[in-house]
Design a protein around this ligand. Structure first.
Ligand code: PEP
Ligand code: MG
Length: 573
């Protein structure tokens, strides 16, 4: 069995179609000086056509996958209107006397090289966007259609070297059952799209893995585990087919839970809320049953741009969420930049250990000007609904006190200007560093709520880099140390009369739901597509049963034992 990085859950069973993007063998073709204008005009036409295609695609994507995904098409359009990109192609035609195709190829290669050499995973993955846009331009220049994908007429699992977001979105959904890619990881745009389209997907199998497939091979993939079976035997096919059918029936049944409360059989309620990156449509979140936004990642308002967003721009972004959620709570996390998230215009230094470095609240407290602007914008938005403020990466009590003091100053400033805001705005901290978990009793006296960020809490507790695929097997939120820290945090919050939520990925894992309810977690914040599944788990047990599960799980010494115990309890239910 082969294994890749699981990026989108679900089982797919179908024939393979192997796709390779031919790159690098492009011949550079020369032209005469008299042909420059003609080539420039051809380039212009293909850029204009691409813009029209992307506008149309954006519309389609908005309908099928939501506004956040449609933003990918906008990012592509931005490249098309960036003078450093298309302008560079025009200059190349004129200066080097080459065809429009050759100019597109050369400039794309240049940009891809720059992006791929960056340390930041997010920026590296933008190389895929450039590939995508330049492929589109070349296709438009040659008059070719999308090629291959659109012609699929039977159930297929796509096996590709590098899937672009437009490839992913243009796939005929009724035939494409699953995706496997040699490159990419869970944060690539194609992975995000696959998840929101509900297509099972596995990435990062490498060139070697890719070479083991040929067209027409029979393939099973399990997007939850990353398992790939190549030409499996009858028994495996039977097993996975049964699992797939069960999954489909379960999904169907989940729809009935829309509109029902997230409470246990004995009436204990928890809050199920959504994580948002600023592009989600609040109406859609409400429609999916989100009782609020448990994590508004404000850094997304700061990305994909060349300058710091102004107070007004930030205000617009926060206002949209706060107003859109119609009085339901929106927890706005202050800027969480650094680590794997860079802002080119913020001039972050190269660091030996960026995840242990100048990150999140550490930046905000040393760049008080930026911090104040953000707090002003959040406070102003708080006048129009229910906003809460959350500080990321807290390790020291002093940081909370300092942040709160700055918040007070900003409140005074707004007051003296006569600006409206919620004077009683609640303030919370993320618990994502073991130190914060260990001093939770003291921290609880400073704030109104906690939110456990398991994504970071795991990496800092087990000392395992969340981005490093070589040690990804060690990265697991069911590690007993992580569970025990979480329990300490929840207990400390309750002892001090405040509540604890969770906005890390663990909150969306149905295998963890009973355990977390039993530990006393008050709020679960997750990817909108997981809300119903988690709700179902909450509604399937009593608080007493959940407590018993938590107690047992917390006593187990290994990850494997915790996981198999939870799986056995879930199967029983
Ligand atoms: C976390 O660390 O769990 C979290 C939610 O924050 P991020 O993934 O943005 O670091
Ligand atoms: Mg984090």
């Amino acid at each position: 069995m082969m294994k890749g990085i699981p990026v989108s859950r679900g089982i797919a069973i179908a024939k393979a179609m192997v796709l390779r993007t031919e790159e690098g063998h492009h011949e550079i073709k020369s032209i005469q000086a008299s042909e420059v204008d003609r080539e420039k005009a051809r380039l212009k036409e293909s850029v204009e056509l691409a813009a029209r295609q992307l506008t149309e695609l954006e519309k389609q994507v908005k309908e099928t996958a939501g506004a956040e995904q449609a933003a990918i098409m906008q990012a592509h359009m931005e490249f098309l209107s960036d003078p450093a990109f298309v302008g560079e192609m025009e200059s190349k035609i004129a200066e080097q006397l080459i065809t429009a195709e050759s100019a597109v190829q050369q400039v794309a290669e240049q940009f891809i090289m720059i992006f791929e050499s960056m340390d930041d995973t997010y920026m590296r993955e933008r190389a895929a966007d450039i590939r995508d846009v330049s492929k589109r331009l070349k296709q438009n220049l040659s008059g070719e259609a999308g090629g291959g994908l659109a012609d699929i007429k039977e159930a297929t699992i796509i096996i590709a070297d590098d899937l672009t977001p437009s490839d992913t979105i243009q796939m005929p959904r009724q035939y494409v059952q699953g995706l496997v890619a040699a490159k990419g990881g869970a944060t690539s745009h194609a992975a995000i799209l696959a998840r929101s389209l509900g297509i099972p997907a596995i990435m990062g199998i490498g060139e070697e893995g890719l070479n083991r497939f040929k067209n027409g091979d029979f393939v099973i993939i399990d997007g939850a585990t990353g398992d790939i079976l190549l030409n499996p035997d009858e028994e495996a096919i039977r097993q996975y087919t049964a699992a797939q059918e069960k999954e489909a029936a379960r999904k169907q049944a989940l729809e009935q839970l829309r509109g029902l409360n997230a409470e246990t059989t004995d009436g204990h309620s928890v809050h199920l809320v959504a994580n948002a990156g600023g592009k989600e449509d609040p109406a859609e979140l409400l429609e999916k049953g989100a009782e609020g936004i448990g994590l508004f990642r404000s850094e997304f308002l700061f990305m994909h741009r060349e300058t710091m967003p102004t107070e007004e721009e930030q205000y617009e972004g926060y206002l949209r969420a706060v107003k859109g959620m119609q009085g339901k709570p929106v927890i706005i996390r202050t800027l969480d930049i650094g680590g794997d998230k860079h802002l080119p215009y913020l001039d972050l230094p190269q660091e030996m250990n960026p995840f242990l470095g100048w990150r999140a609240i550490r930046i905000s407290l040393s760049r008080v000007d930026l911090f104040k602007t953000q707090l002003r914008a959040i406070l102003r938005a708080s006048a129009h609904g229910k906003a809460l403020i959350m500080f990321p990466m807290i390790s020291h009590i002093e940081q909370v006190r300092q942040a709160k003091a700055i918040l007070e100053e900003v409140k005074q400033e707004l007051k003296s200007e006569g600006q409206a805001f919620d004077e009683a705005i609640e303030v919370g901290v993320m618990i994502e560093i073991p130190a914060a978990a260990l001093i939770a009793d003291d921290l609880a006296k400073e704030v109104d709520f906690f939110s456990i960020g398991t994504n970071d809490l795991v990496q800092y507790t087990i000392a395992v880099d969340r981005m490093n695929e070589n040690i990804s097997e060690l990265y697991n939120y069911f590690h007993p140390a992580v569970l025990r820290l979480m329990k300490m945090v929840i207990d400390a919050s309750h002892r001090n009369g405040i509540w604890t939520g969770m906005c890390g990925e663990m909150a969306s894992d149905p295998l963890a739901t009973e355990l977390l309810v039993g530990m006393g977690l008050d709020e679960f914040s997750m990817n909108q597509n997981s809300l119903l599944e988690v709700k179902q788990r909450v509604r399937s047990i009593s608080l007493a049963e959940a407590k018993e599960i938590a107690e047992k799980a917390l006593s187990l010494p290994t990850v494997a034992e915790v996981q198999s115990y939870l799986a056995s309890r879930v199967n029983e239910a």
